[in-house]
Design a protein. Structure first.
Length: 328
């Protein structure tokens, strides 16, 4: 079965198979296209968050349960910047709209990178190679971060405005696709291309992967692996904050519980895709996004359990995930 699957495209065909089955069950082409577009957009935003966790978890062997704090901070910082630039968001100029959006996403991403540096130096560094302590200390840091969010922004849900040029939908026949979802899809694909190239086609990516396999050997050649790993942690935290910023615009209403609500989905994606694998994170995120939307439409009562069932099936078939960076 595995040989046949690999011959015709491998595990990358699984989302296609899922979409075909969903099309047969839904029946209405316009509804299917709308759900598929929504699933792909949702998957790409989850990918932004999951790719950061996959890098830290898979490459650095760090169980960071505080990852969702970066997601929440990213969402609230983006919402604050967008509120401050409300006149630019509602302007008739697409250029002003894009500047405001770029400022919001950029501020969230920059904060994620700086907070990631602090988190790695102060909280994670003392507990390397001790998974139990990593879980305890990162969960403690998550609680502190949530209290900081409550102290700064309060517990009342905050509305998030969208740029005028991303409002509305694109109408194609009977199909309506939200412009924001198309933007989220394109941004996720762009981030995937950059990450894949950086890890597989650059010297830094080679050193990071070599440091994971044999740290002593790489350090003996004069390279500072600890600095590279700090960079990985900062990148992972920045991606989480970027994903939170995009999710804020997607939901239009955010609460301090946002990160916690998404953490389970993010871990499911990382486990399904395979630790340390950017391709695996993308594949897992697309599967989760599509399945969530299809099941919510066809079997609403199963929507909460659908992703857990997906994870169970995948792990029974491939214990290391669909596209693990390293097996065993």
């Amino acid at each position: 079965m595995n040989a046949t699957l690999e011959r015709f495209g491998g595990v990358y065909l699984i989302p296609v198979f899922l979409a075909i089955v969903a099309f047969a069950m839904i029946g209405s082409p316009s509804t299917w296209v709308t759900l598929t577009a929504a699933g792909l957009a949702m998957g790409m935003m989850i990918f932004l968050m999951a790719s950061g966790l996959s890098l830290v978890f898979g490459l650095m062997d760090v169980l960071n349960f505080g990852h969702s704090a970066f997601v929440t901070f990213g969402a609230f910082i983006a919402a604050t910047v967008l509120a401050a630039m409300a006149s630019w968001l509602s302007a008739d100029s697409a250029v002003l709209n894009m500047i405001a959006l770029a400022a919001a996403i950029g501020a969230a991403t920059a904060f994620g990178a700086v907070a990631g540096w602090f988190f790695e130096r102060v909280i994670v560094k003392p507990v390397y190679k001790d998974h139990l302590r990593q879980i305890l200390i990162t969960m403690g840091a998550l609680i502190v971060a949530e209290q900081l969010i409550l102290a700064i922004w309060g517990g009342v849900p905050i509305a998030v405005a969208r740029p005028a040029f991303l409002s509305g939908s694109i109408i194609i026949g009977d199909v309506a696709i939200e412009t924001y979802r198309i933007f989220a899809l394109l941004l996720g694909l762009a981030v995937f291309v950059v990450l894949y190239y950086a890890l597989n086609r650059t010297r830094i990516g080679l050193l990071i992967r070599a440091g994971v396999e044999n740290r002593e050997m790489v350090e003996s050649l004069g390279f500072r692996i600890d600095r590279l790993f700090i960079g990985v942690f900062m990148a992972g935290s920045a991606l989480a904050a970027m994903g939170g910023a995009m999710w804020a615009g997607y939901q239009s209403l955010i609460t301090p519980a946002l990160g916690q609500e998404l953490l389970i989905l993010v871990f499911i994606v990382v486990i399904i895709g395979g630790l340390g694998s950017i391709e695996g994170s993308l594949l897992g995120a697309i599967l989760v996004g599509l399945l969530t939307n299809y099941v919510a439409f066809l079997f609403p009562k199963l929507s909460l359990a659908s992703n857990m069932l997906l994870m169970m099936v995948v792990l029974l078939w491939r214990p290391y995930g669909l596209k693990p960076a390293v097996k065993g």
